[in-house]
Write a protein that binds this ligand. Structure first.
Ligand SMILES: [Zn+2]
Ligand SMILES: [Zn+2]
Length: 335
């Protein structure tokens, strides 16, 4: 697909004018809506979870080689960096720029967790930020924890998601050849990296049984999915709102441990362009930030964007819930 498709060429002013004619949605908001289950997705996710549970059973009872378990833990961490540093901070928010070698590393890391193509993920995520916790948000947390966690993937999209999705500016990512390649070859490319190769490596190199290798791949994959989903669900319900008390997203230190530094979600919704996805990120457990900074040292990551201390302070005073003071004192950091 050429980067200059007619869709990309839509005059942004026309799009803004068309969008402004629609009713303004203010979150949290969820109107009456009849869910229509997609039974194919239900069956696929059902299989993923049953396979993962069987993988867990095999891991606990059949004594898989330690090499297989360590191998999947290793992959799990790289998949996490793919989602947080790649899918999220780089491609969805342009919070930093990446040279081609880092983009290739990140597209492989991202593909270790099959969340379909980067272009699909970015479209949904930009919509999530533009219409947070309203009917036009694909995983609207105003519909509850289950819907925002996984339910949204099991039902047809809300009409507002379809209607307003076309206003999402995708010109930058649509012009990226790495992302166009991954979209074009999504099923064979991502399927091979996520499932086939991680199954064959333990079988070929240390004689793991095919049954164990296959089901441990699904265990790792499902853990990866829920790691991402936790940010959409738990980090929209439990925690503090130091920067904006009017929105559902929260700062949550416990979930932050599991999501590699993506748990300061109230900060992220207030300053989505900040590559740290958190204030004081380098002082906190924020492996995704360390990952980006590591590559910045060799020049593969550059133009790292941050919100200034004064901007953060101003926003916290205007719209925060007052917990930023405690948050900073816990870190022994003075203003
Ligand atoms: Zn969010
Ligand atoms: Zn985001």
């Amino acid at each position: 697909m050429s980067p200059n498709t007619s869709k990309d060429a839509i005059d942004i002013d026309c799009v803004v004018a068309e969008e402004s004619k629609l009713e303004k949605l203010v979150g949290p908001q969820a109107g009456p809506w009849k869910y229509e289950i997609i039974y194919g997705n239900l069956a696929v996710f059902g299989y993923f979870h049953l396979a993962a549970l069987y993988g867990l059973y095999l891991a606990l009872t059949s004594g898989p080689a330690w090499s297989t378990i360590i191998f999947h833990c290793f992959i799990f961490f790289f998949a996490s960096f793919g989602v947080s540093a790649g899918l999220h901070r780089l491609w969805s928010h342009n919070a930093f720029k990446a040279k081609l070698p880092l983009q290739i590393i990140l597209i492989i890391c991202t593909s270790l967790t099959f969340q379909y193509s980067v272009l699909n993920w970015v479209r949904d995520h930009r919509l999530h930020h533009r219409y947070t916790d309203t009917d036009a948000d694909p995983h609207n947390a105003a519909r509850g924890v289950f819907f925002s966690h996984i339910g949204w993937l099991l039902v047809k999209k809300h009409p507002e998601v379809k209607r307003r999705g076309k206003f999402t500016d995708m010109r930058d990512v649509n012009a990226n050849p790495v992302l166009r390649f991954q979209k074009k070859w999504a099923v064979p490319f991502i399927g091979s990296i996520c499932f086939i190769i991680p199954t064959l490596i333990p079988v070929y190199f240390w004689n793991e049984s095919l049954n164990v290798a296959w089901h441990l791949s699904f265990l790792r994959y499902v853990a990866s999915l829920h790691q991402t989903f936790l940010v959409n669900s738990y980090a929209h319900f439990v925690g503090t709102r130091p920067y904006d008390k009017r929105i559902l997203p929260t700062n949550n230190r416990s979930v932050n441990f599991f999501v590699m530094g993506e748990g300061f979600h109230n900060f992220h919704h207030a300053f989505p362009w900040d590559y740290r996805s958190a204030e004081l990120g380098t002082l906190f457990f924020n492996p995704s930030t360390w990952f980006i900074e590591l590559f910045a040292k060799i020049g593969w990551a550059y133009d790292l964007k941050t919100a200034s201390e004064s901007v953060i302070e101003g926003r916290a005073q205007r719209t925060g819930d007052g917990t930023r003071v405690q948050y900073k004192s816990d870190l022994n950091v003075n203003s």
